[in-house]
Design a binder for this molecule. Sequence first.
Ligand SMILES: [Zn+2]
Length: 452
Amino acid sequence: MMTKSELEFQKRLEKFIPPKETWTPIDKALFTPKIYFEDYQNTADLTFNAIKYSFKHHYENNELYKRLCEIKNITPDKIKSKEDFNKIPLLPDSFFKDYPEGKGFLNWLDNLFTGSTPMPQFRTEIPDHDDVIEEFNKKGVRIMFTSGTSGRFSFIPRDTGSWDRLRCNAMRSIVELMDYNPNDTVILLIPDPRLTNLTIASLFGIAYDLYEPENIHVALEDMKITTQFLRMQRNEAIGIKEKIKAKAMSKISPIVQKKSDRRIINLLEDLEKEGKRINIAGPPFWLNRIMERMIKEGRKVKLPDSQVLTGGGWKAEEDKRAPEEIFREKVEDVLGIPQDRYHDVYAMSECSSVFLSCEGHYKHIPPTIIPLVLDEELDPIGYNKFGRFAFIDPIPNSYPGFIITGDKVKLMERCPVCGREGPVLDIEVTRLPGVEGRGCAAVMADLMEQGE
Ligand SMILES: [Zn+2]
């Protein structure tokens, strides 16, 4: 028997499911199982077919990827069994920020795109990144972006179908790993996701697919975060026009931050009085700033039925990072949210799955992706050893989702705490030494001036 919330969720999911007669093996893997973490092996088997299909698709329709396969001497007919998946050539995630500036950018994007790119008409010969994002949006291609500490962006193009699949996939992890109720109130500690393609906002924006829009509160309303905006924060403004604009906009000022934080704190207190369940979601540094303000002002709330979902990684300055356990205690103390109702998510622009932690704080890997941990020679090392995270993601149509990251993780065969099926990632995910810091939280933190 399904609960009311589960039924409501199925209804919400159906909106994104294409008609069955058009299903590819990828859709079959995504939409056949009712519950991922209870039907793990079956879904994983379907995922194997999806990967075979996806590999062939990118091999045949992406010249760039095909060349990589030719160098490695791998063709689709060599991928027959599960054991062969280790042969699938992987792209480093740096690939997605390896673009030339200026005239070559569109060409780069065109090469990255699998199949024929729905290239928009641009007003100028060299459109800037925001023009490109906006015009592609109109063509149904969502280009998500994020930026590393060097200030270089990563651009990941998704056609509508691939973006919808990602959404369904992520929604399922949220519903199955958290305590889902469609009538919950949501507080998003991010800029308005409807105004930006910044990855962290896009992903947390999935809240709009799961909850009632009138119950969702956004911490920074009317804040449009574009690539130009981010570049200007870094004083990389080019040309006098941008420079004037940069000066006018400057950073998200402490006054704006303070006002936004106050509004959220008041909201928390009001919702506490009304006895509402709240889901608070955003990067940890943001929630930390709010809690610090509450501590300073001697304010506390008690929200035992509410939940926290942090994501986007910690700030670039690793020294300021609070280990998750200490952070959870603070959440329990200041917000009165029990530790088993605290969740963290590891997600990235290049990946169609999100890795969300259960009540025991291990990050569960949905069965719609194959996770790999690699040693320094980029060979898989299996479970229980720290190494470089890589994955085989069959979901995107518009780019090959076979990717090596710069993140250090440990994979475990089962969750040591809960009974859900499938492997998990150990609690802490960090950047490998020598790899550029990144993460949307770092981008967001950059936007915020510190101090009062
Ligand atoms: Zn678990």
